[in-house]
Design a protein around this ligand. Structure first.
Ligand SMILES: [Zn+2]
Length: 291
């Protein structure tokens, strides 16, 4: 959808696929004084006074595995890398990505999502799923190879459908069992094997709220780096209106009129409903609908 850019969905980098295979070239790029490094410690971004791009010189103050530096890509002749560090100096602080994202220029947020997701994949794929032996980073971080059976493993992304469900002038909002008080959002769920986006949307809608979905159209998508999800935002036109919730999945669901959604998005608390923060694609979907 034109002009709909969820958080993390804009990434200016050329990912330099061909360069990834050339170890010497990658090393050369790492050593350029202009190169920038995103540092993570135990899954959190390292920052210094809201700044999160470090230089090769800054790396000297940290300890890390030199074989595990990932090439993210290039933009305007600057090359970006990311890595996990084992220790860092006391002038750096850890920051949660959800909160820190609000300080980052929108057009750079995709770089953060890319770095966080791929690093997370590496930390959970140190062993081969085929034979259990160790794996080593290859292709500048975009593959891991098993040292024993040589199987190649690639970073994976988990697709989730998130739905703007409407029936005339009403839209369906649900409350997950772990949501904070008054928070309602669009229904969402992981896609399953052998399922199209349309099928997943209708299945989730019926499982969670007992509603039969009709036409499904794509709206926008969002890389969601917690840890490595792709949110696929769709519009589902509901064929039925009666709600039967699955209490294992959601606590409540309700139809809310378009005019009320407008007021709720504007911050009106009198409805007892708070909508997702602007970091979430659910908010983009609701804003898209009321426009
Ligand atoms: Zn193996």
């Amino acid at each position: 959808m034109k002009n709909l850019y969820p958080f993390f969905s804009q990434n200016p980098l050329d990912r330099l696929d061909a360069t990834r295979r050339d170890k010497k070239e990658v090393q050369k790029l790492q050593n350029l004084p202009s190169s920038k490094f995103l540092l993570f410690f135990e899954g959190n971004l390292l920052t210094q006074n809201k700044q999160y791009l470090f230089t090769q010189q800054d790396l000297l103050t940290c300890t890390y595995n030199k074989e595990e530096i990932i090439l993210l890509g290039e933009d305007k002749n600057v090359h970006y890398f990311c890595l996990h560090v084992n220790t860092f100096p006391s002038n750096l602080a850890t920051a949660g990505l959800r909160e820190f994202a609000l300080y980052v220029k929108e057009k750079s947020l995709g770089i953060l999502a890319q770095a966080s997701s791929v690093l997370n994949w590496h930390s959970s794929h140190k062993h081969c799923a085929e034979c259990g032996a160790n794996t080593l980073m290859e292709h500048a971080g975009w593959r891991r190879d098993c040292v024993a059976c040589k199987k190649e493993h690639f970073p994976r992304v988990d697709p989730v459908v998130i739905m703007l469900v409407t029936h005339g002038e009403y839209c369906l909002l649900g409350r997950g069992v772990n949501f904070k008080e008054n928070r309602y959002s669009c229904l969402a769920g992981y896609m399953e094997s052998g399922e199209s986006i349309e099928e997943a949307a209708k299945r989730e809608l019926f499982e969670e709220a007992g509603i039969t979905g009709g036409e499904v159209t794509y709206i926008a998508s969002q890389p969601w780096p917690f840890p490595s999800t792709l949110m696929i935002g769709v519009h589902v036109k509901a064929k039925t209106k009666e709600i039967t919730i699955d209490p294992h999945e959601i606590e409540d669901a309700k139809w809310v009129h378009k005019d009320d959604i407008k007021q709720i998005l504007d911050g009106d608390e009198s409805f007892g409903i708070s909508t997702p923060r602007k970091i979430a694609i659910a908010r983009n979907l609701l804003e898209y609908w009321i426009k």
